[in-house]
Design a protein around this ligand. Sequence first.
Ligand code: SF4
Length: 287
Amino acid sequence: MRKPDTELLAANAILYVKKSYVRSNFIAMPTFLFEHIIFGPVKSRRLGVSLGINLLPSDKKWCSFNCIYCECGWTSGGAYLPEGFPARELVRKELEIRLMLMKQNEERLDTITFAGNGEPTIHPSFGEIISDTVALRDRLAPGADIAVLSNGTMLDDPSVFRALEKVDLNILKIDSANPETVRVLNQPHEDFSLERMIGNISRFKGRFVLQTLFVSGTFKGNNIDNTTTEELGAWLQVVERLKPQMVMVYTIARDTPSTGLQKIPAERLRHIARKVRKLGIPVQVSA
Ligand code: SF4
């Protein structure tokens, strides 16, 4: 997922982010990892003043996808459950301290955002952590929303789905409606089914934000372009079926672990946005 703090990430880089070089079978590229459980707050166009929570290990990225454009680099190994997750109680304590400080200093807070070094919902205590966060938010920052950036792959797990139903803003990723494109672009686990995931997302009944990254280029000899007429036609059908409360379209903005990828020009993104608006769905473009 795209980080929630693109506008101010550079300014906060020294405090909250370390630059790492991820070795892979392909090539070593500079990528970003969050060092702390709580990071920010930072100012985001879509989330306002956002306090980030990273539920993944601080020294590597873990995700159920291995997107070839991921700003965190390549997913480490093939298993879903790595070691090194921060304990539930530690997350609760760190968030409580930060929220108390912000309250004491009368700092503004619009959103508490789960993002970080991979897919937050793979944390084994994700449901409990969301419950803790809701309780802390209600007590210490009642005006703030809770947002989760997720790739939606864990929605088969009833505890993950129930947890996401409790948050104010689910930002879920679908980069293509074509399973073959998803296989190349997102490199999911072999058990992954795009149709099943779309079915799971439909259970939110439109109470979510759809996030799509558009990109072109080549990877391992495959041409990639999820902005072709066929790709967009199929993707728009999924958008129409799911009726999200908003669509966010964007393209690569920083280093990617795979070389050979190109940004999609702003005009092309705006063209895509116009097609979404014709469906009556608000859309935000980050070029
Ligand atoms: S879903 Fe993709 S972009 Fe998001 S963290 Fe996982 S690999 Fe990175």
